[in-house]
Design a protein around this ligand. Structure first.
Ligand SMILES: Cc1ncc(COP(=O)(O)O)c(C=O)c1O
Length: 380
């Protein structure tokens, strides 16, 4: 049955664009639920799939929704106390919750710099950062991934106040940023650093406090974004920084101001996740699995894996068709890995993104590595 009486020219336009993607093997489709062993989710510590589920929020929370934005009727003692608890956990002065990491990045990047300022961002920064930059009045320029020389060259050519944007662990390559050296540059040129800790939250630093805390750089960073949809196993994000930063975002970050606040059960889940993180031994189990996975790969495959100390291990294949084909073959062996192709990554950087978890058994990790070794031997 056709409910839409709109001019079919719009449908034709959609179809035409989609056909072009299909031709290039870059058509995105929602994957079906499956029973394969999870080597693709960002649930690095397994908080999303167990642990947090024991937290029966329904019995405790009075409201199912926050009722409005924080500035109208959505603010609560719960929101504020959890914000301060998280700020304390990461050795920051204050925190402001956002509904997602996407919202946090769009909100921060959209308003932090003024007209005439410059934002320099790592070329591999996440799409949410790029979308925030589109809202900014400042000039923005990418620098070569983790390249301090290119960063410095760009700083020297910059005007106004300078903001440098990077990540703790990069979402697609899995490597860390050279933050210590970047802080050196930020001091030399009086620039400010903004860091997205989406993938380093719960993974790096003592008790998962993140990359900034691991390096002891808490006092050197203007803005830290931690997100809760990955290792923390729930949803939402927080921006950490000074009291002035928090007040500024409450006044200017549009993705904070113009949206219904996180519901109490979400905030309560976040608090529970931090309680778990304080005591968990899963970070250690995860590290062991990462080491074991890399050790089980043969030399040929190891050369194809991007250097990464983190749970994100990317097997660079190149070519959308071939990447999808090899991912399918690994999936057929019972492992849920995902092909990542353009435009999510640059053309020629197509890869299979493998996420190692604390809950993957040593046998599963070894068996995945063995399957990859075998499959890529056939491809040689
Ligand atoms: C580096 C990075 N930042 C931000 C986000 C967005 O976070 P969220 O999923 O909470 O919106 C992601 C999610 O993929 C990410 O990888």
């Amino acid at each position: 049955m056709q409910f839409c009486s709109m001019d079919p020219k719009f449908e034709r336009q959609f179809v035409k664009k989609l056909e072009a993607r299909k031709e290039k093997n870059t058509f995105r489709q929602l994957p079906k639920e499956n029973d394969r062993i999870d080597f693709s989710s960002n649930d690095y510590l397994g908080f999303a799939t167990d642990g947090l589920l024991e937290h029966s929020f329904l019995a405790k929370e009075k409201f199912s929704g926050a009722t409005a934005s924080r500035l109208i009727s959505g603010n609560s003692k719960l929101h504020e106390s959890v914000e301060q608890m998280i700020a304390d956990y990461h050795h920051a002065n204050t925190g402001l919750l956002f509904n997602s990491g996407y919202d946090a990045n769009v909100g921060v990047l959209g308003c932090i710099a003024q007209k005439g300022d410059t934002i320099l961002y790592d070329e591999l920064c996440h799409a949410s950062i790029l979308d925030g930059l589109k809202m900014s009045l400042a000039n923005s320029t990418p620098f070569i991934h983790n390249d301090l020389k290119d960063l410095e060259k760009n700083i020297e050519n910059s005007k106004g106040n300078i903001f440098i944007v990077t990540e703790g662990i990069f979402s697609m390559d899995g490597d860390t940023s050279p933050l210590m050296e970047m802080v050196g540059l930020s001091k030399k040129y009086k620039a400010a650093i903004i860091i997205d800790e989406a993938h380093s939250t719960g993974i790096l630093g003592k008790q998962g406090k993140g990359w900034v805390c691991e390096l002891g750089l808490e006092d050197e960073i203007l803005v830290r974004v931690h997100t809760f949809g990955k290792a923390m196993g729930c949803h939402g994000a927080i921006v950490l920084g000074s009291q002035a930063l928090r007040d500024y975002l409450i006044n200017y970050a549009r993705s904070f101001i113009f949206t219904t606040a996180l519901p109490p059960h979400s905030v309560s889940y976040i608090a529970k996740a931090y309680e778990m993180l304080r005591k968990t031994n899963r970070i250690e189990l995860l590290k062991q699995n990462i080491i074991a996975f890399k050790a089980s790969l043969n030399d040929h495959v190891r050369e194809m894996i991007l250097p990464s100390p983190s749970p994100i291990q990317s097997l660079l294949i190149k070519g959308a068709g071939k990447t999808r084909l090899i991912a399918k073959k690994i999936q057929e062996k019972g492992f849920d890995v995902k092909p990542i192709v353009s435009p999510t990554v640059a053309l020629g950087k197509e890869r299979i993104r493998i996420c190692i978890h604390a809950f993957n058994s040593p046998a599963e990790v070894a068996s995945l590595a063995e399957s990859i070794n075998e499959l890529l031997e056939d491809e040689r």
